[in-house]
Structures are given as C-alpha cells and as structure tokens.
Design a protein. Structure first.
Length: 244
C-alpha cells in the first residue's frame, strides 16, 4: 500500500541552502517564499523568490533605504488583524511570514523585536483588515484558552448547564469541561469565536427563556461555585508564606 501523499507545504525539504537550516516542525511557511529557501528548500519557485528578495534588498540599499526598519507599524497591524479574529498562524499563512516572528510581533512593546526586515513589515502591512472573509470556514490557527474558560465559567455561574452549551456549540461536554478547567491551554480559533458569540447572547437573557429547567440551572450554579472555591484555594496555597 502506497503511503499517503503530503500537501505541497508539508513535503520534506532539503537541508542545503543559503542558510542551511531545517524548517521548524511547526512552521507554516509555504513554498514560493524567500523564507522557504532560507530553510534550505531547493524548489525553483523558492530559489527564485529568494533571488527576488535579495535583489529588492540590494535596490533598497542603493537607494539609501535601510533593509531593517522599526517594527512598530507592523506590530500594530498584527494586533489589528488579531482583533478581527485572525490568529498568529492565520496572519503567517496569509503573509508568508514565519509564525514565530508574527507571535513575537504580538508581544508587548518592550519584549517584541525592535526592528524587522522591510520586506517582512510590508508583507504584514499588506494584509487588509477585511481578512475576516475567512470567518465562514474553519480557521487553522489556535488561540489561548483563557478567554473561553472565563466565558464558560461565567455562563455556568449564571445557570447555563454545560450540556446546553455543548449542544449550542456543536461540541462535546468533555471538550467544554476541559477548556473551562484550563486543562486545554489552547483551542481552535473557530471554537473560541463561537463561545464568545454565544456568551454575548446568553448573558443577556435568562436560562428559563431558553427552556432550561430551574433545577438544571441551580445545579450548574452550584458546580460553578464549587469550582471557584477550588481555584481560590489553589491560588492561596501557591502563594508563599512570608516569614515574620
């Protein structure tokens, strides 16, 4: 039986190249980009992209323009794109910039890189803020689960049962419980957005209005209070005692 074929961006890459480095396992860089050639890919389209990139940098230097510029504008655009619903992985996929660099740009000002290559900045600045056209299909990016966990806990405290939420979100109660208890550190961006939209809708109404029985609401609230107490106890236990 023949092994399944890999998609173009997942095919093995050669390790010899301008920098001779291997592509990181979690990289989302596609063929046809300069970075792909930097990782050692010998495909004609990747080598051609690298030549164009070098020529452009040379022209910038001849014109007196630095190849590296402050990262502030690109970082601001990355944050704006994130607000529209795109994850770092989505921004990297659209721009062709390595996802690791995008994540660094999303860090606070004192932590992110101060300067980046001009071509990198232009690639990110070139993404229109209307990139939310991707919302109608599953987004590949992952986001931190903290916001979703907080929303699910708040809904439980208001009396919304996990089984009801799971049915509305078309997922399992086990998945929601894992997110709410923070056993899952990250979740799919699509699910995170669904949770936030549902929270906005349900927090403005009452469980009884949606056919949730009173005893189910009371049980959800009791479980939420118990979780809150456990979390508070764990936080208190983790704080070191001061020696008088």
């Amino acid at each position: 039986m023949n092994p399944p074929s890999l998609p173009p961006h997942a095919e093995p890459r050669a390790v010899s190249g301008r920098k001779g480095g291997k592509q990181p396992l979690r990289s989302r860089v596609k063929h046809g980009s300069p970075t792909c050639a930097d990782y050692g890919c010998t495909r004609p389209e990747c080598k051609a992209a690298a030549r164009r990139d070098r020529a452009r940098r040379a022209n910038d230097l001849k014109a007196g323009r630095s190849a590296r510029i402050p990262s502030a504008d690109a970082a601001a655009r990355a944050h704006q794109l994130q607000e529209t619903g795109l994850s770092a992985a989505d921004i990297a996929e659209i721009s062709g910039v390595a996802v690791t660099l995008v994540r660094r740009l999303l860090r606070p000002a004192g932590v992110r890189p101060a300067v980046i290559h001009r071509t990198t900045a232009e690639a990110i600045l070139g993404i229109p803020l209307t990139s939310i056209f991707r919302r109608d299909r599953l987004l590949p990016g992952l986001v931190e689960a903290d916001r979703a966990a907080t929303s699910l806990q708040t809904l439980a405290e208001r009396g919304w049962p996990t089984s009801f939420l799971a049915a509305q979100l078309h997922t399992s109660t086990h998945t929601l419980a894992a997110i709410r208890s923070r056993e899952r550190r990250r979740l799919a961006l699509a699910l995170d957005r669904k949770i936030q939209r549902l929270a906005i809708l349900l927090l403005a109404s009452d469980p009884a209005e949606h056919g949730v029985a009173a005893h189910r609401s009371r049980r959800a609230q009791a479980a939420a209070r118990q979780r809150a107490l456990l979390v508070a106890s764990a936080v208190k236990a983790s704080v070191p005692r001061q020696i008088p």
